[in-house]
Design a protein around this ligand. Structure first.
Ligand code: 8YV
Length: 319
């Protein structure tokens, strides 16, 4: 059977139910009791950016063979434990890259060109009385990208079309790219006007955007986060925005979703989204199909479509 760690989508549930016995963890009041009584019939866990398979869940499932997450991010999965136990891990890369990069550009435009604020200005009737504040140009700005993976690269490509100067920091300099590489995030933040957070959340990147980085970006700088809330020191971000030490922010992710610091609600230079960068009909369908496809591949003893951890194949799946 397949254990869903959190609600994801009806389409995915239906896709899973066609091939597997599906257990929905949120349906059970006493989760520990449920797991204890079903631990021998759960071979797969399906999670997302909301919940996945932490050490405790993995340890409580002796028959677990695979974790398939409806996300590209792996921060809700204890990868070390999976490797240790020979549990396969699959995610949903590539299918969501364009949507996430599109939304990063959308957030940049929304913050710089005051799109949401202007919409509120029209709806509230202020246009008839008022005095409209000028916005800031995007074309030609310098964009710094934290994390030059699939998503970072797609953001860079789009920003290039806006005649932006692109620079980045990443674990390693990419020899295939001509953008300026800064080994240090402070230098990156000091040398760009818009900083896009597009790296994965790991022990090394937790709160990597700290006060120093925010101050380096400065009162005319804009922070865009389409990665994970925990990549940013959120209380520091909130104070910097309130005190005017940071110019603005476009945020799709937060530390304690769905909680968003309410101090941000009154700020016009901030655009707040409910973690929707991959949330298009087309992409969410492709993500669900990929989760189901990975599980089917696993149970047919085939290579995974999008493997992250796959030592299981070496040990158990010799043809
Ligand atoms: C999803 C995500 O919104 O891919 C990721 O890492 O965070 C998003 O695509 C999410 O997994 C659904 O909760």
């Amino acid at each position: 059977g397949v254990l869903m760690a959190c609600p994801i989508s009806t389409y995915l549930e239906q896709g899973l139910e066609k091939s597997f016995k599906v257990f929905k963890l949120w349906h059970f009041k006493d989760k520990n009791q449920f797991i204890n009584s079903h631990k021998d019939s759960i071979q797969a866990v399906v999670g997302s950016s909301v919940a996945g398979a932490d050490a405790e869940l993995i340890e409580s499932l002796p028959e677990l063979e695979i974790v398939a997450t409806y996300s590209v991010g792996l921060d809700k999965i204890d990868l070390a434990k999976c490797k240790e136990r020979g549990i396969r891990v699959a995610n949903t890369p590539d299918v969501l890259t364009n949507d996430v990069a599109d939304l990063a550009i959308g957030l940049i435009l929304a913050v710089l060109r005051r799109i949401c604020e202007s919409d509120r200005y029209v709806r509230s009737g202020k246009w008839k009385k008022g005095d409209y504040k000028l916005s800031t140009k995007f074309t030609g700005k310098s964009v710094g990208i934290l994390g030059m993976g699939r998503i970072g690269t797609a953001v860079a490509k789009r920003a290039e079309a806006f005649n932006c100067t692109i620079s980045y920091t990443s674990r390693n300099e990419k020899s295939t790219l001509t953008y300026k590489y800064y080994p240090n995030i402070i230098d990156l933040a000091s040398n760009c006007q818009i900083l896009v957070v597009a790296c994965s959340l790991t022990e090394e990147t937790r709160r990597i955007v700290n006060r120093q980085v925010i101050d380096a970006l400065g009162p005319r700088g804009v922070l865009i986060n389409i990665g994970r809330g925990l990549l940013v020191d959120e209380p520091e971000l909130v104070s910097a925005l309130i005190e005017g030490r940071l110019g603005g922010a476009g945020l799709d992710v937060f530390e304690h979703e769905p909680e968003v610091p309410e101090e941000l609600f009154g700020l016009e230079n901030v655009v707040l989204l409910p973690h929707v960068a991959s949330a298009t009909v087309e992409t969410r369908k492709a993500m669900a199909d990929l989760v189901v496809g990975n599980l089917q591949a696993h149970f047919e003893k085939k290579p995974l479509l999008t493997p992250v951890v796959d030592n299981f194949v070496l040990k158990n799946l010799q043809p």
